[in-house]
Ligand binder design. Structure first.
Ligand SMILES: [Zn+2]
Ligand SMILES: [Zn+2]
Length: 216
């Protein structure tokens, strides 16, 4: 079961396990983390793992605080580590004029650095009773992007896609277009029932299929 902890500019999710929870992303700072716990009523000591979908500040900025609060292990892809340990973001390339303007205006702020406890390369599995929670490397938005696959047919795809059904788009910043499309096709082939986006609302695999079919 998936609980949306914080539905804001960036979403924070909790995956309910047999015993406890896994937190997916932490928002930009400790405030986001605190409101996610306050909003859900989940007790921080029930969180066993914090999965970081990728090394952008809006996703891992609260991780150092969340780790202290919960005592949980932070999981991230090896390509996200450098950014996370320096409080910066994995490389962003703007693919639109708006993106370039926002990048130029954005303060070059750092967030609290954090070290990962579990480092992913291609794939990693967490056992939850009889179920496996799979974490797959799905690059494209950034090199250190991962997706989380639940046996219930739910997938978290981070920033590979943003928006809502019928109004989907790529982020205006991404690392590599071909990798991004390939990662999305990989997700589509898993035939999920629900895909959770970090910025926006959940979509179905049909929504994803329609989006991919309309790419030039
Ligand atoms: Zn991102
Ligand atoms: Zn983001």
């Amino acid at each position: 079961m998936v609980i949306t902890g914080l539905k804001s500019f960036v979403n924070i999710f909790f995956i309910k396990k047999e015993n406890g929870y896994i937190m997916v992303d932490t928002g930009m700072n400790s405030k986001a983390v605190d409101s996610a716990f306050r909003g859900t009523g989940i007790s921080p000591d029930l969180v066993s793992h914090i999965i970081i979908t990728h090394g952008h500040q809006d996703h891992y900025g609260g991780a150092a605080h969340a780790r202290e609060l919960t005592g949980a292990s932070v999981i991230a892809h090896e390509s996200a580590l450098e950014a996370m340990r320096s409080g910066t973001s994995e490389k962003l390339i703007s693919h639109s004029m708006t993106g370039r303007i926002i990048s130029f205006l954005m303060p070059k702020q750092k967030v609290r650095p954090v070290e990962a406890d579990i480092i992913i390369q291609d794939e990693f599995s967490l056992q939850d009773g009889d179920h496996a929670i799979r974490i797959l490397h799905t690059p494209g938005h950034s090199k250190g992007s991962v997706s989380i696959v639940l046996e219930s047919g739910e997938i978290f795809c981070g920033d590979l896609l943003r928006g809502r059904p019928g109004k989907l788009n790529f982020s205006i910043w991404y690392d590599n277009y071909d990798d991004m499309v390939e990662s999305l096709r990989k997700i589509e082939a898993l035939e999920p029932e629900i895909i959770y986006l970090s910025h926006g609302s959940p979509i179905t695999n049909e929504d994803l299929g329609n989006f991919l079919a309309n790419l030039k």
